[in-house]
Write a protein that binds this ligand. Structure first.
Ligand code: PLP
Length: 406
């Protein structure tokens, strides 16, 4: 499919909605993305034609659903460059993937006085699970601070790593600052020191071509709803040799090989980590979303979105009294800012009344707010269905909002 913005927008039915009688300008894509018609249709297709529980049925529908689910696993593996389907574990989303890794890595590898390096820009879901592990194991979470531009310093990482360090947990793209972190170099530094690396790909997967083997991360997580797929489905990639060493996260059906009161043995990868009926509808529909993205081309998407971000940065920051939060040299699709003399929430409320959906607050990154000593930011985040006209509308609405506050 060629990159034709009108054709692309026409595939997202929600984009023609009106709010308060005004055209919807949806700039909250870092929170969740809108869904194309093919994704919406796929949900109905599964329920209308082959809904049946997977993996344990001999009947036709169960086989069709199982094949569709396992084909979807191939699509996910291919999308992120994983070597095999056994590396792909389906979860409810990035948060569950992160908790799974923190819990199982904690059980298997972390003992008293060990250290877990977590960057200061992490979403709470890549900080709190590690704090829980640290508390359980008597280990320590070590903060990898960013500079005022919102960039992480690799020399600083070298200094933070000690013989006690077990894992570095860092986001690929910051959901608040937009920073794109140098994940390949981070992995190199960590591995040189025998330290594992987890990359939170929640905000990179819709914007950047992902190749987990090139990145050489040990774990990579993402959520389907951030990449035009449904809610309640996500994935975890892990290296085979590590996943094999980790204990199960939850017990139940699917994750076992055999069960008796005396001894239970566990299933092979990836099923060892997929207890219970999986969200097979979500999985099948997620694959549809990924194929939709592939049909447009992630490189084309990235180029277009970079243009949007540059345009938005230049337009929005031309307004007096608007100050950016997050000015890293390498950014993707997120523009956070504060308005002098106005609480972000009030700015967001005014923009909303003009039909513009942005997010305000701490974006589940309270340590980022503490770094800058601010209560929150206004965040506009872009997807490839957004346009320069929409950014102009944000600009004009913001000019009006600023006037109201001055
Ligand atoms: N990590 C980052 C960087 C995020 O932006 C988010 C969601 O905003 C998450 C993790 C959590 O994702 P989910 O709520 O889909 O589990």
């Amino acid at each position: 499919m060629a990159f034709n913005i009108e054709k692309i927008r026409a595939q997202f039915p929600i984009l023609t909605e009106q709010v308060y009688g005004k055209p919807l300008v949806y700039l909250d894509n870092a929170a969740t993305t809108q869904k194309p018609q093919v994704v919406i249709d796929k949900i109905a297709e599964v329920y209308c034609h082959y809904n049946a529980n997977v993996h344990r049925g001999v009947h036709h529908l169960s086989n069709v659903a199982t094949t569709a689910m396992e084909d979807a696993r191939k699509v996910v593996a291919n999308f992120i460059g994983a070597p095999s389907v056994e590396n792909i574990i389906f979860t409810r989303g990035a948060t569950e993937s992160l908790n799974l890794v923190a819990y199982t890595v904690g059980e298997r590898f972390i003992t008293e006085n060990d250290e877990i390096i977590v960057s200061e820009m992490e979403h709470h879901s890549n900080l709190v699970p590690w704090q829980i592990v640290a508390q359980r194991k008597g280990a320590k979470v070590v903060k990898w601070a960013f500079n005022d531009a919102g960039e992480l310093d690799l020399n600083q990482l070298e200094k933070l790593i000690t013989p006690h360090t077990k894992i570095v947990a860092v986001t690929h793209v910051s959901n608040t600052l937009g920073t794109v972190n140098p994940v390949e170099q981070i992995a190199q530094i960590a591995h040189r020191n025998n330290v594992m690396v987890l990359i939170d790909g929640s905000q990179s997967i819709p914007h950047i071509k992902i190749d987990v083997q090139k990145m050489d991360c040990d774990f990579f997580v993402f959520s389907g709803h951030k990449i035009y797929g449904p809610t309640g489905i996500g994935a975890l990639y892990g290296k085979t040799q590590l996943l094999e060493q980790l204990p199960p996260y939850q017990g139940g059906g699917e994750m076992i090989e055999s069960v008796s009161f005396d001894k239970t043995t566990y299933n092979v990868l990836p099923y060892k980590f997929e207890a219970g009926t999986p969200n097979y509808v979500g999985i099948i529909v997620l694959a549809e979303a990924l194929q939709f993205v592939q049909s447009i081309g992630i490189e084309q998407i990235a180029t277009y979105e970079q243009e949007l971000l540059n345009y938005a940065t230049q337009r929005i920051l031309s307004i007096d009294s608007v100050k950016p939060i997050g000015t890293a040299a390498n950014k993707a699709s997120v523009l956070s800012f504060v308005v002098n003399g106005a609480h972000p929430y009030d700015v967001g409320m005014i923009l909303d009344k003009m039909g513009i959906a942005v997010r305000t607050g701490t974006h589940c990154t309270e340590p980022v707010m503490q770094h800058y000593g601010i209560p929150g930011t206004v965040r506009a985040s872009f997807a490839f269905y957004n346009t320069k006209q929409e950014i102009d509308m944000l600009h004009d609405a913001l000019v009006r909002a600023v006037k109201m506050f001055s």
